[in-house]
Write a protein that binds this ligand. Structure first.
Ligand code: SAH
Length: 607
């Protein structure tokens, strides 16, 4: 029998157990000398005949195999990585078949997996890329017309390029003619998993220089795609819009995700299992248990109050697997209010029931409860009246649409009104997708007839001093994008003061700012980073090329153009980040420029 065996990417202990056993039984080994780690040959038994295929022609290789097999010998043909990728095994198999020789294939760890390990990278991140294209640049081996690199590049997904190190300039051009940008992250992994492995990171635009500078000409893979550097979707439920639109945003310095706590052995088994399911959904998950029941991947804690103290306010969901009493007592000392408290859930250790205990609406506990119940087949227990009666909840509506609630108490009034069967009015400056049951859309003139209503407005000069309804739930949309350009060294205070002046001139509150944007050249500018932090919004940067592509008439500065390659940063960045329209044009003061764009939105209603 002839076995085609995958040798793995390099490290000797990355051959499979089956592959190693075959090596140690083989009478003849033919290995691909150029890439296979020769240390693997130590597994060969005494007297095994060993050939290096790098020095042989195809026919020679097959002759050796055929002859040995006919003598009843076990032959291993050792290929690098996994033989199915660029292994040229088909031609060997065809010849063996012609000669009536039986053969089998033993898979191996491909180098693209080795490279992912070297990069500590997941190639498939939710909402960033869910596909990996494995390909190569056309060289001496032709590539079918349908698969030329620029055609494949149209997908913009994660891409791994084999056998292309000699052609980095062409690779770059072909990638750019597809969906990748100069700034798309890119990495070269040289000799993944070998002792002399090297990882070089950069962008598509820098690819040829990266290879040149590190003198990498072969035995390397090129990996491209936004997965290499992304603030990916933490939770599909709550960050759906965020992750796609703010894909490249420099994330807020906030830990998020779920903490799961268990207190019994059964509970800890459930804990571990649920965490794995959530991680598969792309949700960040930390797991904790009491010391006695510690399991792999679940951290032990000694003091529950100390643990809660550490994670409260950092995690957006706390899930207790155990008695409700434990959860209530544990969180009680830390509760502040519904604007800030995390979602708290309790589940029994058998996973029969899961209760939304705290922050059902604003904290999202009800949604999480339903989601987790769905994942594990539990019954979701929700006690919020509006949910039970499927009545419109204004706080859930606000959360879903990124609306700021000016007065939280007013939400209760709206709910009370709807629960008692009375109509609630909505006066809105934005379009609504649908009008929920029990709610009527009204004009300014009609507003006075309704005792209770929701008022969603753009602020600005037109904002009436008097609220339109006797009981008004006032909502503001967080849909303003600030574009900034500034001289080096401008402080957070200077920038903030100027921003407040600009917003103040239009009577707009700064809580409506959803993002700060600038050019990549300013990515590390301390003042802007601190400003974004102060506003508690992401800071997004674009390359000069991306900014140049924004269409419209902008007030250009020759000086800035010469310096950074684009003559107007703030207006272009604001438009690009928001995909909206300018409401404050470029405004300058003491080496700072600001522009403000508003994103037009249709509000989604939910029951
Ligand atoms: N069957 C192999 C690929 C063989 S083609 C596999 O599955 O990995 C040879 C190409 O694979 C090389 O030119 C290089 O692009 C890549 N390659 C092989 N081993 C590698 C390693 N350890 N690190 C990076 N790239 C590697």
């Amino acid at each position: 029998m002839v076995y085609f065996v995958g040798a793995g990417p390099g490290a000797v202990d990355l051959v499979t157990v089956r592959g190693r056993d075959l090596l140690s039984c083989a009478d003849v080994i033919i290995y691909a000398g150029s890439l296979v780690n020769q240390e693997l040959l130590h597994y060969a038994k005494r007297g095994c005949e060993i050939y290096n295929s790098a020095k042989m022609y195809l026919e020679e290789i097959v002759d050796v195999m055929v002859k040995a097999e006919k003598e009843g010998k076990l032959v291993v043909r050792l290929h690098t990585g996994d033989p199915s990728l660029y292994g040229a095994i088909k031609e060997q198999m065809d010849l063996l078949e012609g000669a009536g020789i039986p053969y089998e294939v033993c898979p191996g760890v491909s180098s693209f997996c080795g490279a992912a390990a070297a990069l500590k990278q997941e190639y498939t991140l939710p909402s960033v890329s869910q596909s990996v294209i494995i390909t190569r640049m056309e060289g001496q081996t032709t590539v079918p017309e349908q698969e030329t690199l620029h055609k494949l590049a149209e997908h913009g997904c994660t891409m791994v390029l084999f056998l292309s190190m000699g052609l980095t300039e062409q690779v770059k051009q072909e990638l750019l003619s597809g969906a990748y940008r100069e700034s798309t992250p890119c990495a070269i992994v040289y000799k993944a998993t070998w002792q002399d492995e090297k990882v070089v990171r950069g962008t598509v635009g820098q690819l040829p220089e990266m290879a040149k500078k590190h003198q990498i000409t072969k035995t390397a893979l090129i990996i491209v795609g936004d997965v290499l550097e992304s603030d990916y979707e933490l939770s599909k439920l709550y960050d759906a819009g965020f992750s796609t639109e703010f894909r490249k945003a420099i994330p807020k310095q906030q830990e998020q995700g779920i903490a799961i706590l268990s207190f019994t052995e059964q509970g800890t088994i459930k804990n571990q299992k649920l965490a794995n399911q959530l991680k598969e959904e792309g949700i960040l998950c930390d797991t904790y248990t009491v010391e006695k029941y510690q399991r792999p991947g679940v951290q032990a804690f000694q003091s529950l109050p100390k643990l809660i103290g550490d994670i409260f306010g950092k995690k957006n969901v706390l899930l207790f697997i155990g008695a409700t009493g434990i959860a209530v007592r544990a969180v009680a000392p830390f509760l502040k209010g519904k604007e800030t408290d995390p979602a708290v859930l309790v589940m029994d250790e058998a996973g029969n029931h899961i209760i939304s205990l705290l922050s059902g609406h604003l904290g999202g506990a009800n949604e999480w409860c339903k989601k987790i119940a769905g994942l594990i087949g539990a019954e979701a227990i929700i006690t919020t009246a509006t949910d039970i009666r499927r009545i419109f909840a204004v706080d859930v509506f606000a959360k879903k649409n990124n609306l700021i609630i000016k007065n939280l108490e007013s939400c209760k009034e709206v709910s009370a009104c709807l629960l008692s069967g009375k109509q609630v009015a909505i006066l809105s400056d934005y379009k609504l997708e649908t009008i929920p049951k029990g709610v009527v859309l009204v004009s300014k003139e009609e507003a006075g007839q309704y005792p209770c209503g929701i008022y969603i407005h753009r602020e600005g000069q037109e904002r009436k001093e008097k609220l339109p309804f006797p009981m008004t739930c006032e909502l503001l949309l967080k849909n303003l994008y600030v574009g900034i350009g500034c001289k080096k060294g401008k402080s957070r205070e200077e920038l903030l003061l100027f921003l407040e002046e600009c917003l103040g001139s239009l009577k707009i509150s700064k809580e409506r700012v959803a993002m700060v944007a600038s050019i990549d050249y300013k990515a590390e500018e301390e003042g802007i980073c601190a400003l974004a932090k102060e506003l508690d919004v992401p800071f997004m940067v674009f390359t000069a090329e991306e900014l140049l592509e924004v269409e419209g008439e902008f007030q250009e500065s020759m000086f800035v153009k010469e310096k950074v390659g684009v003559g107007n940063v703030c207006e272009r960045a604001a438009i690009l980040a928001s995909k909206g329209t300018l409401i404050i044009k470029k405004t300058c003061k003491e080496g700072m420029t600001f522009a403000l764009a508003e994103k037009e939105m249709t509000l989604q209603c939910c029951m």
